[in-house]
Design a protein around this ligand. Structure first.
Ligand code: ZN
Length: 454
């Protein structure tokens, strides 16, 4: 099945930053076979199964979301003015009521909205496993298969409850053994290491204030034995920094380093409160960072030093973070947010529109270990791409389509292609019925809130 998309601007985000004012992209099945200026070779167009005239559009690589908690779609709009610890303390008791139906409904809506807003690959970090909650991870995987996004879920965990000096109530943490057993099961059940994989599993104990050192070490050993990636939250807030110094007598970065949690198989969410020496340590070890500007702003956590990290040579991707700390949960909006917060911190030259696009595409692909297959439009890479309409009321007349996408308002999505399959067309999700997803999400949120009031 050969598809030609042409008549549009193309931002390839390849190593040379190649762009075409008027260009084409051709893919055959799940792989890109040609990208270039002007129309595609007439011989190719003549034999193609589908030829799309994308006049007025910009084609980019599909966006890669490097940090999310999809279940939080069911708890948006709560704890609106708390910092991280206050927000978590309010939400943990609500999350105690999670089960596979609630998580499945929340995840399907969250994934549908990611697709509608240009994301082709997403991670998920699920770390709440209530005893009677059923198969919450399986429900999330089923939702990703239904919506059709490339999925890198991580099996999260918490084993440091309040009685042991942690932040979460004991009722939402697991035993260390149960967490590790659940993680082994998740890798056995879902991980696909093959080229072109639509699902790769990761291992992700939650954070320094909710996980024991023992679980951190065991989780790292397990992930490395099984060849899967490691993920956790790190250096998100000043309160976490204070916690680490009082509990472990070191900074969050030193804590991670001491536990063997820096390496080219690790990506860390946030890293707001890190200095130049931490950035150098990340770069030397190959550790990547998921930057979540909207969530950091929503919780008043601070502005991550993305310029310092990138100057040091750290791979940085963008993430929406969980929907309870980012009700918008659309990755394209994070490009805009990343530019704005970088410039608030470092001035007008701190981040360009193209820098932001690179973070959300090739940067994200590097962060999740898929830069050989994802993140740029080049022959041989997977056919994951977004076609943005930039000729409407919000964008017409903006000469630079990349500026229209990043600095302007979120454009309509003409088409989203994942693994060669059209998932969205003219802002309509083709793989699932949006009205059904909406109903399931509303039911999930209502159910959870009712349980929390009992
Ligand atoms: Zn998070």
């Amino acid at each position: 099945m050969t598809t030609v998309i042409q008549g549009c601007a193309v931002a390839t985000v390849d190593a040379a930053g190649t762009e075409h004012v008027d260009g084409h992209v051709v893919f055959d099945g799940a792989r890109i076979v040609a990208v270039g200026p002007g129309p595609a070779d007439p011989a190719v167009t003549g034999d193609a199964d589908t030829v799309v005239d994308a006049t007025g559009c910009l084609v980019t690589p599909g966006l890669v979301n490097t940090h999310h908690h999809l279940y939080q779609w069911a708890t948006r709009g709560l704890a609106q003015q708390d910092d991280l610890f206050g927000w978590l303390t309010t939400l943990y008791p609500v999350w105690e009521g999670l089960d596979e139906d609630v998580v499945g409904g929340a995840a399907a809506a969250g994934l549908g909205w990611l697709a509608r807003t240009g994301c082709t690959s997403t991670t998920d970090h699920h770390y709440v496993f209530p005893r009677d909650g059923g198969d919450v991870l399986g429900a999330t995987v089923a939702a990703a298969r239904e919506v059709g996004l490339r999925f890198h879920p991580t099996r999260g965990s918490m084993d440091l409850g309040r009685s042991q000096g942690g932040l979460p109530p004991d009722t939402v943490v697991e035993t260390t053994d149960a967490a590790l057993e659940g993680t082994v099961r998740a890798i056995d059940d879902f991980h696909d290491a093959a080229p072109g994989s639509m699902l790769r599993m990761g291992v992700a104990p939650c954070s320094p204030f909710s996980v024991t050192e023992h679980l951190m070490r065991e989780a790292a050993a397990l992930a490395r034995e099984r060849g899967v990636r490691l993920h956790t939250h790190l250096a998100e807030t000043l309160e976490e920094d204070v916690f680490c110094r009082s509990q472990y007598a070191c900074s969050p970065t030193e804590y991670a380093d001491n536990l063997g949690w820096l390496g080219d198989d690790v990506w860390l969410a946030h890293c707001v409160h890190v200095d130049e020496s931490a950035a150098k340590r990340f770069a030397a070890s190959g550790t990547a960072v998921a930057h979540c500007p909207t969530s950091n702003a929503r919780l008043g956590a601070g502005i991550a030093p993305v310029g310092v990290l990138r100057d040091a040579g750290v791979s940085v991707g963008l993430g929406v973070d969980g929907s309870a700390s980012n009700e918008e949960s659309s990755l394209v909006t994070e490009l805009h947010a990343a530019v704005m917060v970088a410039r608030l911190r470092g001035g007008p030259s701190a981040m360009s529109a193209r820098d932001a696009l690179a973070l959300a595409t090739i940067g994200g692909a590097r962060t999740i270990g898929r830069a050989d297959e994802l993140g740029s439009l080049e022959p041989g890479k997977l056919a994951d791409l977004a076609v943005w309409r930039v000729d409407g009321l919000a964008h017409a007349g903006c000469e630079d389509p990349v500026a229209a996408l990043v600095l302007g308002s979120r454009p309509p999505l003409s088409r989203l292609v994942v693994d060669g399959v059209t998932v969205v067309e003219d802002d309509v999700l083709l793989t699932a019925d949006e009205r059904i997803l909406t109903g399931r999400a509303a039911t999930a949120a209502r159910t959870l809130l009712e349980r929390s009031r009992r």
